[in-house]
Design a protein around this ligand. Structure first.
Ligand SMILES: Cc1cc2nc3c(=O)[nH]c(=O)nc-3n(C[C@H](O)[C@H](O)[C@H](O)COP(=O)(O)OP(=O)(O)OC[C@H]3O[C@@H](n4cnc5c(N)ncnc54)[C@H](O)[C@@H]3O)c2cc1C
Length: 401
């Protein structure tokens, strides 16, 4: 049994768990992180960092590392399969609000890798891979975990609080009875990646493009090495059909015809949910990131929102360690981050999906006209990018007390 009355136990060493540990350490608070996988998975998941996230990560010195490995994107756009460019949004309008007036396209594993390197040289962070947390308990004195190791042996760990940064199937959430309320989106999201240079083939294409279409919307996202193509997919299709290279090629050819078949380097289909936990804490157990909320990736807000949760929560824990009352601090964390998640992340991501798939010509015209009017008016344009970059939601959270 390891025990330190000040330690914060963190279940999950994904990006949110590692951000929690790094920011706790910044305030002299020790943590132990328990991660089930053997190392950092390098699969393609989130790839967008919004301006305020980059500003926050500057405090622990990782923003420069990400910027050096990422693609700076000062603009992003809405397009339409038939009409082409609809509206291009300019993040340089945020230059007085942020040190990073752009979206950074950079794979999420690069953040986890940078944080893992920080943890390696930091005595306040005890990072354990290949260990699965199988049980969580709490009492007036603290929280404890039972951890199963790769060889089947078990160990027990005790600390002051436990944070579930353990993703969609969070054991911390389940141990508390907190419910993840909401819905599952009827289609799967299929992501394919290729090194084909869409920027040379599609006129005026921004590095991030949401392409509306009544039959098959598409997202095109450029990373430093590849383009990712995301399309909705029938959940009843067989895996063989979904991953068939010829069928995948046909879907990309329909968007951008070219000679020869598209070389698809990776593809994944994943189920997307719109859900928010009914509570963000129970006693000494707290939730942050995907354990507390899930949303579709249209807008790139899941990972960013998780990082914002982590930094907000660390600020509350720091105040508790300085003498503030825990229940009221955790209550404030819940009110701020849960409200913002419902009002902004859920609403915006649901709206984005609706706009992408608008069926009738009237609906599509309304949306396109509105987007064009937004970019034509500098005040509306500025307000729009404040929202889409998640700066407005952080300000809204600050105003909640
Ligand atoms: C396949 C896939 C594709 C995605 N694509 C996109 C995208 O294109 N754009 C986008 O914005 N978002 C995307 N997302 C969402 C984005 O990846 C998440 O929002 C982000 O990873 C959340 O970070 P997190 O640290 O909260 O959770 P996670 O990244 O899920 O990390 C949780 C960690 O906890 C560990 N863990 C879980 N249970 C235990 C346990 N009992 N014991 C120990 N460790 C445990 C897991 O191994 C994992 O490493 C995708 C997600 C998935 C699953």
């Amino acid at each position: 049994m390891t025990s330190n009355t000040d330690t914060v136990l963190i279940v999950g060493g994904g990006p949110v768990g590692l951000v929690l540990a790094s920011f706790l350490s910044l305030h002299g608070i020790p943590s132990s992180v328990f991660e089930r996988s053997e190392g950092i998975p390098k699969d393609l998941r989130a790839s967008t960092f919004h301006p305020p996230t980059l500003d926050m990560l500057e405090q622990i010195g990782v923003t420069k590392t990400l910027v050096n490995q990422g693609l700076i994107c000062p603009t992003w756009q809405f397009r339409d399969r038939q009409e082409g460019e609809v509206a291009t949004f300019d993040l340089s309008l945020l230059k007085n609000e942020t040190n990073h007036p752009y979206r950074l396209q950079c794979e999420q594993w690069k953040l986890a890798t940078a944080l893992d390197a920080l943890a390696d040289t930091d005595d306040a962070i005890d990072l354990n891979y290949a260990v699965e947390v199988i049980d969580i308990a709490q009492d007036d004195g603290g929280a404890s975990l039972t951890v199963q190791h790769a060889d089947g042996s078990k160990s027990h760990h005790h600390g002051r609080y436990v944070i579930g940064a353990d993703g969609a199937n969070s054991v911390v959430r389940k141990s508390t009875g907190i419910r993840l309320e909401g819905t599952t989106i009827p289609e799967l999201f299929l992501t394919m990646s290729t090194d084909y240079r869409f920027e040379d083939a599609i006129p005026n294409l921004a590095n991030i493009a949401y392409i509306t279409d009544p039959d098959e919307w598409v997202v095109l996202l450029r990373t430093p090495t590849l383009w990712r193509i995301m399309v909705p997919t029938d959940p009843d299709a067989s895996e063989a059909d979904m991953y068939d290279k010829i069928k995948q090629d046909a879907r990309i050819q329909a968007l951008c015809p070219k000679d020869g078949i598209y070389e698809i380097e990776h593809s994944t289909a994943y189920r997307v949910q719109q859900r928010v936990a009914n509570r963000y804490f129970s006693g000494r157990a707290l939730l942050a990131g995907d354990s507390a909320h899930l949303n579709n990736p249209l807008g790139g807000m899941g990972l960013n929102g998780g990082v914002h949760d982590a930094i907000n929560l660390v600020d509350k824990i720091r105040k508790i360690y300085d003498g503030a009352e825990a229940e009221s601090m955790f209550g404030l964390y819940e009110r701020q981050r849960r409200q913002v998640c419902i009002d902004t992340v859920q609403q915006q991501s649901i709206r984005n999906r609706k706009m992408m798939a608008a069926k009738t010509p009237q609906e599509r015209k309304l949306f396109h006209d509105d987007m064009r009017a937004v970019v034509a008016d500098v005040k509306r344009h500025h307000e729009f990018v404040l929202k889409s970059s998640m700066i407005a939601s952080l300000r809204d959270a600050e105003a909640i007390n």
